[in-house]
Design a protein around this ligand. Structure first.
Ligand SMILES: Nc1ncnc2c1ncn2[C@@H]1O[C@H](COP(=O)(O)OP(=O)(O)OP(=O)(O)O)[C@@H](O)[C@H]1O
Ligand SMILES: [Mg+2]
Length: 256
């Protein structure tokens, strides 16, 4: 892998002080996202039925389950992209069904998302694509430019900063998507198959970054088919493993 690797801690160290302070203000045991009997249907049969899930601040969860089980759908409920057809989803204490547009925008700023089909603006170089959230929020600064450089280095994309998205490999896109998700220093990171197209070594590096972010207090929710990744994570983070099947969510056993 090209680029000069720096530690994940370097990437997020600047955020650490603010995050620690925020945690102290909030105390421990606070809930960031909660599904209360949440169900979802795209019009036909229900995909999710009556799902209960509470994500506490600073927790780390994996979400597994067969293809088509509804993992992406559940994640979309968790970041307000979809509203539940039944039950309720609270995002930082706000009911996603009734929150207004501005409120939802504020909530979304606190959640970084790595999409399963990570999309970029194809006419803009990667560095500009990644800094778009900063530009859009009007808070782009020298410190943020430095943060972007460090993030690019950590995910091994320094040499691709000026490349256009269509020129990237699948794995490079995934790494860029993770960098984009954390550039705004969100409290929650939701990643949908973030290691879907990348080799084992890079999967491990992404996992290490997610684990470091978690140690800094970020709440992490990762959908993945990769049971080997989940097993590897157990030595790094205290992660809970959720399994979605038949529209229901269960805590997976320790036999993974
Ligand atoms: N926009 C949509 N309109 C209609 N049906 C949809 C839509 N999006 C997803 N579905 C269906 O809902 C079901 C759950 O899809 P979802 O993408 O949540 O599954 P998943 O568990 O993430 O699958 P994978 O592991 O393949 O990513 C699937 O049967 C899918 O075809
Ligand atoms: Mg999916």
């Amino acid at each position: 892998m090209a680029g000069t690797p720096v530690s994940a801690h370097d990437c997020v160290a600047r955020a650490a002080g603010a995050e620690e302070a925020a945690r102290e203000r909030r105390g421990t045991g606070y809930t960031v996202i909660e599904l209360k009997g949440a169900g979802y249907s795209y019009g036909g049969d229900g995909i999710l039925g009556g799902v209960n899930l509470r994500l506490d601040g600073g927790s780390f969860h994996f979400l597994t389950g067969p293809s088509g089980a509804g993992k992406t759908t559940l994640l979309k409920l968790c970041y307000g992209e979809l509203k539940p057809s039944q039950g309720q989803v609270d995002l930082f204490g706000h009911d996603s069904r009734t929150i207004d547009r501005d409120g939802l925008a504020r909530v979304r700023q606190r959640i970084g998302v790595v999409h399963q089909d990570c999309r970029f603006l194809d006419h803009l170089p990667m560095a500009e694509n990644l800094s778009l959230p900063l530009t859009a929020s009007g808070r782009e600064s020298a410190a943020d430019a430095d943060s972007l450089r460090q993030l690019l280095a950590w995910v091994g994309l320094s040499h691709r900063a000026h490349a256009l998205p269509p020129e990237l490999s699948g794995g490079e896109r995934q790494r860029a998507a993770l960098a984009r998700a954390i550039i705004m220093d969100p409290e929650v990171i939701i990643a949908d198959e973030p290691t879907g197209n990348i080799d084992w070594e890079m999967s491990q590096r992404l996992l290490t970054l997610l684990a470091e972010l978690n140690r800094l207090g970020k709440t992490i929710l990762v959908a993945t088919h990769d049971l080997a990744l989940i097993r590897a994570a157990k030595s790094q983070v205290a992660a809970r493993v959720l399994r979605l099947a038949g529209g229901q969510l269960q805590l997976a056993g320790s036999d993974l």
